[in-house]
Design a protein around this ligand. Structure first.
Ligand code: SF4
Length: 66
């Protein structure tokens, strides 16, 4: 399954929960906000955990087909 991950940088506060939970998927950039790294997602579960754990709900995970 292909999933699509987005970070709403207007909402992100740089709490880094996502980076802790899925360090190969998320990173913090120069502005101190999260970005989604390119490439394969090794674990959908980690990404969903990050989505769930983001304090500002800045992470959206959708089915890649939609
Ligand atoms: S967990 Fe949410 S607020 Fe924290 S860095 Fe990631 S996207 Fe931003």
């Amino acid at each position: 399954v292909t999933i699509k991950i987005q970070v709403d940088r207007e909402l992100c506060i740089g709490a880094q929960n996502c980076v802790r939970l899925a360090p190969t998927v998320f990173a913090i950039d120069d502005e101190g906000l999260a970005v989604v790294l390119p490439g394969e997602v090794p674990s959908t579960a980690d990404v969903l955990a990050a989505e769930h754990d983001c304090p500002t709900h800045a992470i959206t995970v959708t089915d890649g087909e939609s």
